[in-house]
Ligand binder design. Sequence first.
Ligand code: PBG
Length: 327
Amino acid sequence: MQEFPTIRPRRLRMTPILRDLVAETAIKKQKLIQPHFVVEGTGQVQEIKTLPGICRNSVDELVKQIGRDLELGIRNHILFGLPEAKDENGSGVSGDNALVCRALSEVKKAFGKDVNLIPDLCLCAYTNSGHCGLVSPDGEILNDETNVLLARAAVDYARAGADMIAPSDMMDGRVRAILHALDGAGLTNTPIMSYAVKYASAFYGPFREAAHSAPSSGDRKSHQMDMRNAREAILEACQDAAEGADIIMVKPAMPYLDIIAELKNRVHQPLAAYQVSGEYACIAFAAKAGAADLQAVALESLTAITRAGAEIILSYFTRQLHAENWI
Ligand code: PBG
């Protein structure tokens, strides 16, 4: 007698309708965040060699770009300030006249509540050392002193129009310091999206080229996480959650899907993942070389990150996904 398979999973794969019906994962447009690089000057739209399709914009051009993005339906925007002047104390990170503050207030003036503006908060683009914190004369990063500066900048960002603050520096205790400062300033409704689990990753290469923020000496291994550690990610995530972070982020995304999956069951805050510059560049340049189908590979990567457990994704594919109606 002929043997028949008892279970035939192929039955539910026979038509697109069936496949959609049983699909466990869906990428959602409203969960994607578009990154922007802001530079001084006017009329600046500078292509970034290492990030094809992504530009550095002066504030006036940023307003126009976000206007076009809004028409595509992109509402969440993370801003990276790239000032011309850097100094030892990273003083350009805060103050009413800080580049990011001007960008925030101009974009808010133009679009108000239609946009969710999230400034990245870190000293690395503002210090001439390129480090994420103040550096002592003997080259050590000063954790607690850095927190004071981050907290001050967070208040300035919130006052300038930030809807959310995203600290990416990896200093210990900075979420608490920032929330304390925001509370003290009466800014109790500004959420924190914490880069809680940020690995010392070689996948940040294109970003550092875009932001001119590579450390002039040394590396970030004294504050960013060691790629060999997974349990430590739980410690970092739980710590930031306990300090009051509203959203917990893992970064990079694709090489750390195990971490995302693990944290999904450990933290009760929404979980975000940053598909970083190097992840984007790998796909974008492979596609340019004819070695990958850009849309298919990008969607597969975003689906994998979502399937692992990330609800929110920061991705350089956000604009193209919207513009070309990938989903
Ligand atoms: C700033 C910061 C970095 C990224 C986001 N915020 C760079 C770094 O830590 O070196 C990386 C983002 C990307 O690679 O797309 N601290």
